[in-house]
Design a protein around this ligand. Structure first.
Ligand SMILES: [Zn+2]
Length: 416
């Protein structure tokens, strides 16, 4: 059975879109529905690839606005860490379902996650119908079971997620270079090579992290990752705020993806943002991520793509830096092979969103500029992933239950 989207607009022209066997089978003015097709009436909405959230801790929806406006270490020590210590796999499941619901309602079709209880995350992804790369955070500094715990977590999560669901990909996520020691980083680097598995890591988020790295290891963070075998085309570097030119050249050479996380960096006052020059230097694959909701506090990439674009302009003192079309491509995962974004075209995965451009804030003007500078996720009407309709007319079938169950979990874990 095919799903056919009728009365859509693509690149300025009216089209029909036929989705069969998980791909876009046909797209054009002559594509119409047959009697046995399932039909979605786009009502003149614009069809686009979905947004790709390249850095999340999805279940942290449970900690939305929990300790906002506190200094970083007080926020972590008094609020986030104690509450995370109380989490169960059921909490992570419903927190992730809430995140998936919010992402669907703001046009995200795929995300790259790092969080505890990865099997619960994977179940939530499958049940919500999105695509995700799922990884447990790996930490061996200051933990009771050290290196053995790190190995058990990494191998256990890879085994548990192997063959789990076609929409779920297992990654490994050494949390950061200050929470995993050199022995741990080298072990994960060897595992990456052996299994050809994707890596997701926080890197070069604060100046203090860079200074400690130089003192402890005699090299900067990107060089350390490379020395440990962790820089490759399937490596996702979240933040990268303090990467210098030499490190950026190394990242480009290895083909690793740097994920802009502008809202979280601004809100936590990281002191700097992912260097703007990456936007101008071809060769560094780029992505956009929200980070966890505790430090954003939203998963709406239509908001964050605007912040990313205008922040690069502001920091470069140059409004021509990162034009709207480029910012949108980054947010759609089209500036990184690892993120898997493509244009909406025949042969592409059957993932798309329909955006209503007759909303007052999107009239008149250039589509890409409006999507980046004026739209929010509320403009998204319909979301389709792998040929399955997850939202139409802004209705997500089990939204009420997801919100209620996540709120119950949050209330339990936020109790002091
Ligand atoms: Zn993060």
């Amino acid at each position: 059975v095919s799903l056919v989207v009728v009365d859509a607009v693509h690149e300025g022209a009216p089209v029909g879109i036929r989705l069969s066997d998980g791909v876009v089978a046909a797209l054009g003015p002559d594509v119409t529905a047959d009697a046995h097709d399932t039909v979605i009436d786009a009502g003149g909405a614009v069809a686009l690839p979905g947004m790709v959230n390249a850095h999340t801790h999805a279940a942290m929806t449970l900690f939305r606005s929990w300790g906002d406006d506190l200094p970083l270490m007080r926020w972590l020590q008094e609020r986030i860490w104690p509450a995370e210590g109380r989490l169960t796999d059921d909490d992570v499941y419903w927190g992730t379902r809430l995140a998936c619901l919010e992402m669907v309602r703001s046009g995200t079709t795929r995300f790259f996650d790092m969080y505890w209880y990865p099997e619960a995350v994977a179940r939530a992804v499958r049940d919500a119908g999105l695509r995700a790369a799922v990884a447990a955070p790996l930490i061996n500094v200051g933990t009771p079971d050290g290196m053995q715990g790190l190995k058990d977590t990494a191998l256990g999560s890879l085994d548990a997620l192997d063959g789990f669901d076609p929409r779920v990909e297992a990654f490994i996520a050494p949390h950061a270079i200050y929470t995993v020691d050199r022995e741990g980083l080298e072990w994960v680097g060897a595992l990456r090579t052996e299994r050809d598995v994707g890596v997701h890591i926080h890197l070069s988020e604060t100046e203090g992290e860079v200074d400690s790295c130089v003192v402890d290891h005699g090299m900067r963070p990107a060089a350390l990752l490379d020395a440990c075998g962790l820089l490759g085309p399937r490596t996702l570097i979240a933040h990268g705020c303090w990467l210098d030119d030499e490190e950026l050249a190394l990242v480009a050479e290895r083909g690793s993806t740097v994920v802009n996380v502008p809202v979280s960096n601004l809100k936590l006052a990281s002191g700097r943002h992912t260097p703007y020059r990456m936007a101008a230097v071809p060769g560094v694959p780029l992505g956009l991520g929200t980070d966890g909701v505790a430090s954003n506090n939203s998963l709406d990439l239509f908001q964050d793509v605007k912040v990313m674009a205008i922040l690069h302009k502001f920091l470069a003192d140059d409004p021509s830096v990162m034009p709207a079309g480029e910012a949108l491509a980054v947010a759609q995962g089209r500036r990184s092979p690892l993120l898997g974004g493509t244009r909406l075209q025949v042969g592409a995965p059957a993932d798309l969103v329909l955006v209503r451009i007759d909303r007052p804030e999107l009239v008149p003007g250039d589509l890409e500029a409006n999507l980046v500078y004026a739209a929010t996720g509320a403009a998204v009407d319909t979301v389709i992933v792998a040929g399955e309709v997850l939202m139409h007319g802004r209705e997500v079938p089990d939204a009420t239950e997801v919100v209620a169950r996540a709120a119950e979990c949050a209330a339990r874990r936020r109790a002091p």
